[in-house]
Ligand binder design. Structure first.
Ligand SMILES: [Zn+2]
Ligand SMILES: [Zn+2]
Length: 170
């Protein structure tokens, strides 16, 4: 009996492997660029090269208010976020060629934030596949990507490889 992994699982596993390189204690995100069945790049969230990362310098925390609907009423919730890192999707764009991205698929461990989705929408990528949801931006991200004509889907039944998953703090 074969237990061969399907392509979605295969590439998402590689994205999770990439995420283990991240030093940000708040969130480990990995992303890979795939053209056809070919892997053309991988990236994770981190500080620019040669600059102290969260592992050495600690996270750079900012507080923001986030609008959230609770029992039909909009409330402002205080949230903390680390802004030291370049997001995995942004690093992936920085380290791949435009011509490789045209018509490609990005597998990313976490649903892209608004800024990353905006950049991916203009990057030549035609499909984004993610695993863990990021509810804060999901409505506007889905609308944007639909408007732009990208395929946007999540792997709901997917299970990450053991040892790859850090607790995520939203
Ligand atoms: Zn951090
Ligand atoms: Zn992002």
């Amino acid at each position: 009996m074969s237990i061969r992994k399907d392509w979605d699982t295969y590439f998402m596993d590689i994205a999770y492997m990439a995420s283990t390189r991240s030093q940000c204690s708040r969130r480990h995100v990995g992303a890979v660029l795939v053209q056809g069945k070919k892997l053309l790049g991988s990236a994770y969230n981190g500080a620019p090269m040669g600059v102290a990362d969260c592992g050495e310098a600690g996270c750079m925390i900012v507080e923001e208010f986030e609008a959230r609907v609770v029992d039909g009423k909009e409330e402002l919730v205080r949230k903390q976020r680390c802004i030291r890192t370049i997001h995995a999707e942004q690093n992936l764009i920085l380290f791949t060629d435009r011509k490789d991205r045209e018509g490609s698929t990005v597998y990313v461990t976490d649903e892209p934030c608004w800024t990353c989705a905006n950049m991916l929408a203009n990057s030549g990528v035609k499909e984004i596949v993610y695993h863990r949801p990021y509810p804060k931006d999901t409505a506007k991200v889905a609308k944007l990507l639909q408007e732009r004509g990208l395929v946007f889907r999540s792997l709901e039944a997917y299970e990450p490889p053991g040892g790859c998953v850090e607790p995520v703090q939203n």
